[in-house]
Design a protein around this ligand. Structure first.
Ligand code: NAG
Ligand code: NAG
Ligand code: NAG
Length: 212
């Protein structure tokens, strides 16, 4: 099933064609409302389009874990989440509790060649006060990683999307950008801003990294 989804994605990428219109820069004044009272990575909106926007993110430090699989299950998803959750709960070199941040971002990267194997990377942002010297994870499959400054096309949507619904949003974003030379085709991100107990105003995003 997943293979079919990826193939559809590839077809959508190679078929897309059109021109996007730049708009003037819009700076981010305060953290957006959808971060609620949690820290989230700093960005500015550099262009707005119908249905999506282009953001510039500053460098940021994350705790991450990864998995290579042909089929990404709910079990895989919660296992990765809890590895990171244990890190912030005190399973780290300083035995400190680290506040939760938002969003949780999942990077999905297609494997090379004809197999369906893909690489999944789950990330929590390290709070700003810890970014200069983050506690070291005690779990060897959990690690600290720096995301360099980057530009990303972002499409936002609400609800509680399934993996397939998120894939469909990626495909919509691909169609809307309409020019595959503008973004990295090998990988994309899902960003989820809410825990399972948030009922209203849930916020989700799909990201495609802009190419220069
Ligand atoms: C979830 O994954 C773990 C580790 O791979 C495995 O031990 C466990 O049996 C899995 N659970 C289910 C319900 O598949
Ligand atoms: C904490 O890390 C240790 C060492 O990796 C591991 O054995 C233990 O299960 C972890 N505990 C939690 C709550 O993640
Ligand atoms: C994936 O995780 C392992 C630790 O389990 C790490 O050594 C490796 O560098 C990670 N891969 C990438 C591409 O970050």
């Amino acid at each position: 099933m997943r293979c079919l989804v990826y193939l559809t994605y590839c077809v959508a990428v190679s078929c897309a064609l059109a021109v996007v219109q730049p708009l003037p820069n819009v700076q981010q004044a305060a953290p957006p409302a959808f971060c609620h009272d949690q820290e989230c990575p700093k960005y500015s909106v550099t262009q707005s389009f119908t249905g999506y926007e282009l953001r510039h993110y500053e460098e940021s430090v994350w705790v991450a874990t990864n998995l290579t699989t042909m089929e990404f299950t709910q079990n895989d998803s919660s296992e990765m989440f809890f590895k990171l959750f244990h890190y912030i709960s005190g399973n780290n070199s300083k035995h400190v509790k680290i506040p939760m941040t938002t969003p949780v971002i999942l990077k999905v990267e297609h494997g090379p060649g004809p197999t369906c194997e893909s690489f999944f990377y789950d990330h929590f942002m390290v709070p700003f006060e810890f970014q200069d010297d983050p506690p070291v994870p005690t779990d060897p499959s959990v690690y600290i990683t720096v995301l360099p400054p980057f530009d990303v096309y972002v499409k936002s949507f609400g609800g509680r999307p399934s993996f397939d619904e998120k894939m469909a949003m990626i495909e919509s974003l691909v169609t809307e950008i309409a020019d595959p030379s503008r973004f990295e085709e090998r990988f994309y991100y899902f960003a989820g801003y809410d825990g399972p107990y948030t009922i209203n105003h849930r916020h989700n995003e799909v990201w495609l990294v802009a190419r220069h």
